[in-house]
Design a protein around this ligand. Sequence first.
Ligand SMILES: C[S@@+](CC[C@H](N)C(=O)[O-])C[C@H]1O[C@@H](n2cnc3c(N)ncnc32)[C@H](O)[C@@H]1O
Length: 230
Amino acid sequence: MESEFTQKEPNTIQRMFARIAPRYDLANSLLSFGCDSLWRANVGARVKSWGPAAILDLATGSGVLAFELKRRIPGARIVGADFCAPMLTFARRRGLRELVVADGLALPFQDGRFDVVTIAFGLRNMASYEAALNEAKRVLRVGGRLVILDFSLPNPPLRVPYRIYLHRVLPVLAGWVTGEPDAYHYLAGTIEDFPKGDAMLELLSRCGFVSCDARPLTMGVVTVYTGQKV
Ligand SMILES: C[S@@+](CC[C@H](N)C(=O)[O-])C[C@H]1O[C@@H](n2cnc3c(N)ncnc32)[C@H](O)[C@@H]1O
């Protein structure tokens, strides 16, 4: 469905997230039937296993993943970055302190500053996946890891009912919760278009990441992708 958001024009995307910010967390929990916290916990456990000292949570939004990382890895320095200041207001309320208003396509950090960069449900909204991945790679140290958590599509037989939920049910329910049904039509469209599985692994390799890996969760509703900078 064509909408004002389809071109991923940065100002339009920023304004969309600013409008849904107050109900963003509630909508996530309700519409994912609580699975979103399990997905972020999975990422948190993997990141912890690498023992990072400095983590950038890019497109941190209301800071749910950054908070999960902080809880699991209290010794690490965790920086949250997002180009939508109203979303960061909610991250600040979680007690996160290192929050930066920044565009994922032009990060205000020096090369090699982070051990891990995480991006949960953020890359899909960016105007250029390659530019964002190259920028994430730039701020990673050599040997550092990128983690992407994002929607994919479940395999049959779940795919058909899932698509009905995604395109027909979710925008209506989300419209009630957030008052922004168009934002969730946009969500459904971006999920369809976003590279999944092997396509994402190819994209990561093209951007120079190695040891790339894809792990589907919840029957493929989301996938956690990882790659390493050499
Ligand atoms: C769906 S939310 C995800 C928030 C959070 N990571 C989570 O897991 O709930 C997407 C976030 O990406 C941010 N975003 C989209 N494009 C961006 C860009 N180019 N640079 C920085 N942040 C961006 C939005 O402002 C929004 O807060």
